[in-house]
Write a protein of this length. Structure first.
Lengths: 188, 586
């Protein structure tokens, strides 16, 4: 993972890019792509869609980089706002293409994409993951890190795919309430 | 929201295995339950975080290099690479090429040598299907191509054949000389190779040709019985399905459906040939429907593009050649696009005797100014009106107004042309709206940015308002009919709860007066008029309005900030000379 930028460094790099230094933009992409990916990934159905939306976000941000004003907020907030808009546009496009998932995604996305609390949620998740049991951690590892499908996990565990899916859903639910609780605590 | 069904739907969604029936159920649940929406959004955020934390370094490096490559490509791209995207730093998704831009490239290709304008793609470039398909770019086998509504796609295959994919189509380059069409329509101009005939497969039908041009359309009126139509533009094509085969030549259309051998369609020109009929001479090219997007594109390049699309020769004055033009129009006649280019460059468009169109600020000798009159017909205005009724949700936080307009333009499909003066100002706006008609949403945005809009020539023209607030100017003069006094406005907005059941008007007003601390008089109204009204936590203004309606009264506010209820039929309260008339508020 690349070194983190301070807001000042990010703003300075953005200014270099705006002045024509395209190569400096690669540093910004390197640094912030995980945040953009985290914002869009939950709303995309495939890794191609995620990468496409991330790509669009960074290209869009590059186009508008002259409009970035560090006095109004950090580069990350600005970038995530662009990512949110790109994501909404992508969902709308997919809905227009007739993808059934995009219909319900759009219902929740219009008001539900929260780019402001992403950083805090990211930190909270790491702590919440530690609260899971070893078995649950293993399941999360299998599903997300190894990208094993529910069917594959089910056949390894000699369970039905439906049972694995519900198990994963229960873990997500635990993590969700843990993250929300921690966010509420930190905001209080 | 803890129903088992909802849990199962969520589990299936995040597993990626939710079917269409499940999607419909989930959509209904999310539409009706805000709690469910919130929970879904929180889970989606969690899912994103979980997925992102396990992304490999390789994926990250790929994204960086892909973005950098796109930016580099954009920097060196010149005209007709991606049509209107020529001067964009690749902000547009390259795959999606507006239909008419692709058509323009087709036209060039027909004239010959168009491919020479296309930059060669680097050999061995690995591209996903979703980013590969710009006009003229080569795609290799294994790639999937798809187009959305109002978009088409033109690609070159590795063997040199050319493929045009119509809107709403899905296809796959299954093998080097084989295309699988899943839905929609494609047009193929395949390179001759006797030893390897080119095949297009669609729902069990194969159209095979050695070197020829034809279209294949998968019509899915009945999902169980798709119909395939193969129109042969040049050469000979062999159409085969499991019930038989048929060889057909130029100008013929072969139809293949389940249970029947391929058959010739009644003598008719292939649809694509019909499309290619020249327009009547008088307006040749000018009524051609075009879509375009220019972002600070020099006028000369912009008119060149319209020349390519419309087939009419269009030029501009040398002094205007470098004028940057920002214009985005979808599906308008070419003449409208020309007029907009002229307007935005503060010039006019003239037609010369040799039919050349010139955009200039000085009227040329023998030039006829026939292109400057805006289209005053009602059809396009009605179309815009209809689109403006669409209800939308959005949230802008410190968003430059141009970005907001761009977003709404994409969302609604309404053409919006922005005055360069607005571009220079680009006021940031913060606004959150839910389920508001686009018309109202636009009026809010424009009000905040100090702009106005009016329908002009197939578009909404957004310009700085005449009464646009000037920085550091004095107090604004309020529009008539608007309550100006803050304390009165506050009092009218105060929330009160009342319960009148056949209560005399006088008593009702007394109660409202006490609750709102306002001065309210019934004027000449009958104080005994019975009022029945139950309002909980409603604005004083609303309550008064309802009371007035029941008593057949209207409400006016005097300059002394007294609310007066007078019979609707009576004249307005008299005013002494020199004094201003009271304002009607409801």
């Amino acid at each position: 993972m690349p070194d983190e930028f301070t807001p000042m460094q990010a703003a300075a790099t953005a200014a270099r890019v705006a002045a024509g230094d395209k190569e400096a933009y690669a540093e910004l992409v390197d640094t912030y792509q995980d945040r953009v990916r985290a914002l869009v990934a939950g709303w995309c159905r495939s890794s191609e869609e995620i990468e496409e939306t991330c790509h669009l976000t960074f290209v869009q941000a590059f186009r508008n980089i002259a409009a970035f004003d560090p006095r109004r907020g950090s580069f990350l907030t600005w970038l995530l706002r662009i990512a949110r808009n790109c994501l909404l546009a992508e969902i709308r496009r997919r809905r227009n293409e007739g993808q059934h998932a995009a219909r319900y995604l759009q219902r929740a996305a219009e008001t539900g994409i929260d780019h402001r609390r992403l950083e805090a949620a990211r930190a909270a998740l790491e702590k919440c993951l530690e609260e899971l049991t070893a078995k649950e951690q293993q399941l999360v590892e299998d599903r997300y890190t190894r990208q094993t499908t529910s069917e594959e996990i089910a056949s390894a565990l000699q369970k039905t795919a439906g049972a694995v899916r519900m198990n994963l859903q229960r873990i997500r639910e635990r993590l969700r309430s843990c993250v929300e609780r921690r966010l509420a605590e930190s905001e209080a | 929201m803890a129903s088992r069904e909802f849990e199962e739907l969520l589990a299936a969604h995040f597993d990626g295995s939710l079917d269409e029936a499940g999607a419909t159920k989930l959509e209904a649940l999310l539409a009706s339950d805000e709690g469910a929406r919130n929970r879904f959004a929180q889970l989606a955020r969690l899912e994103g975080l979980l997925r992102a934390r396990s992304v490999s370094g390789g994926t990250e490096a790929r994204l960086t290099s892909r973005v950098v490559a796109t930016l580099r490509r954009a920097g060196s791209r010149r005209k007709f690479v991606g049509g209107v995207m020529q001067d964009l730093p690749a902000g547009r998704r390259p795959r999606r090429v507006p239909r008419l831009i692709a058509a323009a490239a087709l036209l060039l290709a027909a004239l010959g040598g168009a491919w020479l304008l296309m930059p060669p793609e680097r050999a061995g470039t690995v591209r996903s299907a979703t980013n590969s398909s710009m006009v003229g770019i080569r795609v290799s086998y294994g790639e999937k191509l798809s187009t959305a509504t109002e978009e088409s796609l033109q690609v070159r295959l590795t063997d040199g054949s050319r493929l045009d994919l119509a809107p709403e189509s899905d296809a796959e380059v299954a093998q080097p000389r084989m295309i699988r069409l899943r839905t929609g329509k494609l047009r193929l101009k395949c390179r001759a190779d006797r030893s390897h005939p080119f095949s297009v497969l669609a729902h069990g039908t194969e159209a095979r040709a050695v070197g020829t041009e034809f279209t294949v359309e998968a019509k899915e009126k009945d999902r169980m019985k798709p119909q395939i139509a193969v129109s042969i533009l040049t050469g000979v094509v062999l159409v085969t399905n499991r019930w038989g085969h048929l060889e057909a030549g130029e100008g013929k259309t072969v139809v293949s459906a389940a249970g029947k051998a391929p058959a010739l369609l009644a003598e008719k020109e292939p649809p694509d040939k019909q499309d290619e009929k020249p327009a009547p001479r008088a307006t040749a090219g000018l009524d051609k429907i075009v879509s375009l997007e220019f972002t600070a594109t020099p006028l000369k390049d912009s008119v060149n593009y319209i020349t390519e699309v419309s087939g009419r020769t269009i030029t501009c004055d040398d002094e205007l050649a470098k004028t940057p033009v920002a214009l985005r129009l979808t599906k308008v006649p070419a003449v409208v696009a020309i007029r907009w280019l002229a307007r935005l460059s503060k010039a006019k468009a003239y037609e010369l005797p040799d039919k050349t169109i010139i955009i200039t600020r000085t009227r040329p000798k023998n030039g006829t100014e026939l292109l400057y009159e805006a289209d005053e017909s009602e059809e396009w205005k009605k179309e815009i009106e209809k689109k403006l009724k669409k209800k939308i949700d959005f949230e802008f936080v410190e968003t430059p107004v141009l970005e907001a307009i761009n977003f709404l333009q994409q969302l609604s499909g309404v053409n919006m042309v922005v005055d360069p003066a607005v571009r220079n100002k680009n006021t940031p706006i913060t606004l959150k709206l839910r389920q508001m008609p686009l018309r109202l949403a636009m009026s809010w945005i424009l009000k905040m940015a100090g702009c106005t809009s009016e329908p002009v020539d197939h578009a909404l023209f957004i310009t700085l308002g005449r009464n646009a607030p000037k920085e550091a100017s004095g107090a604004k003069r309020p529009a008539s009919g608007v309550i100006t006094d803050d304390s009165l406005r506050k009092a009218l907005s105060k929330r009160i709860t009342v319960n009148f059941r056949n209560t005399p008007l006088k008593e009702c007003l007394q109660q409202i007066k006490t609750l709102s601390s306002m001065h309210i008089t019934a004027g000449k109204a009958d104080p005994r008029t019975p009022i029945t009204l139950k309002a909980r936590d409603a604005a004083v203004k609303t309550v008064l309005g309802k009371v007035a309606r029941q008593a057949d009264l209207r409400i006016v506010v005097t300059r002394q900030n007294t609310v007066l209820l007078v019979p609707k039929t009576s004249e307005k309260p008299s005013t002494k000379p020199g004094k201003k008339a009271p304002q009607e508020v409801f």
